[in-house]
Design a protein around this ligand. Structure first.
Ligand SMILES: [Zn+2]
Length: 118
């Protein structure tokens, strides 16, 4: 789902760059792109809700556990801003770089502590 949305965004941006290069009025394309993004966000919200309700029902997790995990993931980049930011993080054990959206090093498996993620 993330890959698909990223592909849609980059295709939309390429269209806008072509229009800008041809000195066209970008307004209609921007309006269409915003409408597409709103549709994609609404679809992702629906899918997220369906997934959460399935997981909550079948695995027995609680809304509080979801909230706690959201807070933990939000803080991985050091900022409680309600979003995931992919900040490069250098692993203190092997020295290789991972994205802050991961809670452990992709190379050596070291689990990152919150201060490392900031
Ligand atoms: Zn490592």
């Amino acid at each position: 789902m993330g890959f698909w949305m990223g592909k849609m965004l980059s295709e939309g941006m390429r269209g806008l760059e072509r229009a800008a290069g041809a000195k066209q009025d970008l307004t209609p394309q921007l309006v269409a792109q915003v409408r597409d993004l709103e549709h994609q966000i609404a679809r992702m919200m629906l899918l997220n809700q369906a997934l959460w309700e399935l997981v909550r029902e079948r695995v027995g997790l609680t809304d509080q556990e979801l909230e706690d995990m959201v807070r933990e993931i939000d803080l991985r980049d050091g900022f409680p801003d309600g979003q995931i930011t992919n900040t490069p993080v250098k692993c203190p054990q092997c020295g290789r770089v991972s994205a802050s959206k991961h809670y452990r090093c992709l190379y050596c498996g070291l689990e990152f502590q919150k201060p490392t993620m900031g």
